[in-house]
Design a protein around this ligand. Sequence first.
Ligand code: UGA
Length: 429
Amino acid sequence: MRLTIIGTGYVGLVTGACFAEVGHHVVCVDSDASKIQTLQQGGIPIYEPGLEELVRKNAAAGRLSFTTSTADGVAQSDIIFIAVPTPPLPDGAVDLSFIEKVAREIAAAMTSYKIVVDKSTVPVKTGEKVAETIKRYCKAKVEFDVVSNPEFLREGFAVEDLMKPDRVVVGVKSQRPVAAMKEVYAPFNAPFIVTDINSAELIKHASNSFLALKISYINALSVICEATGGNVQEVAHGMGMDARIGRRFLDASLGFGGSCFPKDLSAFIKIAEQVGYDFTLLKAVQQINAAQMDRFVKKISDTLWVLKDKTIGVLGLAFKQNTDDIRMSPAIELCQRLQKQGAKLRVYDPKAMEKAKTVLQDVTYVEDMDQVAEGCDALVVATEWEQFKKLDLERARKELTHPILFDGRNLFDPVEMERLGFIYKSIGR
Ligand code: UGA
């Protein structure tokens, strides 16, 4: 099939590359000329495992191309996916100006029937607005359908999540676009759910909010565990064995971050408010998340007492493992809070250092995780990178002025850490 994707961010680019990989012909559109030039020259503007290879391979095979022209993209396909950013506004609502602009551009370029598919995360009822906009701005007065097709990709695992989806959700107003959407997704062999557009939009916000709720639930339990001598990982394991609960997203941490959960929670609370419902449950999720960071910072300052002029090593800057994304990263927030108290930082991240340099100044960026501890008063794990588990702990213990390690991601075994001579403080254990 011939498909067009507008927006080449984490979602658009991964979606385009995976669609091409299963045999579709994909045109990716972005208004950012330098990004398109990078892609045309075989470069990748973001780090996402497996993506570079997919883009190179499919571009070389002639199934994946890039352009800055929406009109070109619209002319080349009958199915147009919108995957542009929907950033938060100061009041927690969603900025839909990119969606609106793209809807107008598509409308202006349409000369025959098109299926316009929204993949960006949007508030319920956005599909209706997109349809109204296209109708208003389409001079050719051709027929079209608007479809909501939310994405469920985790950054760092996006290719894997797209190639093997748990489900494909397609929200429609009429049955006309359903067969084509089925054909798009047929190669992925996933359960295919057809709903109305509003429900599809709600499924996305409801899913992300529920996952965030799961994390806040286990983080709240981590507080109870610390107060009672329980072990939050054992509690999560025991709970997770119940298939109705499930073990995933029950990893206690210094809090969740990223460009999705914090934003989607605020948006969902706002949407609820607009329809007259006070979503106190989700407000509690936000509060627990914020408190988890406060507690972690307090744990550090209670142990080290005065942070002014102390040197702290921080492992991890990305908001989670396997990504270079630092948007709403708890690790960055932690660094900034430690800096505020006067601490000097030595930091390392396998992929996110370049991006971190734009927001985190006056720190020492260290190129090797095993050198971070040199001369530090304590070491902190802030991101759950798998490779941090391979840290040379003997060396770190010798190089720290005091063998203190704060683990915001529970990567190490407390018993083993004690045996190695560390003062080891983690979450809920
Ligand atoms: C999230 C959802 O998981 C995706 O399904 C969704 O498509 C995506 O948002 C989106 O809306 O685009 P993502 O933000 O990439 O994906 O990352 P997650 O893996 O969900 O992690 C989010 C945050 O929660 C990270 O800071 C992570 O460290 C934290 N987390 C995750 C925990 O603290 N504990 C856990 O058990 C799991």
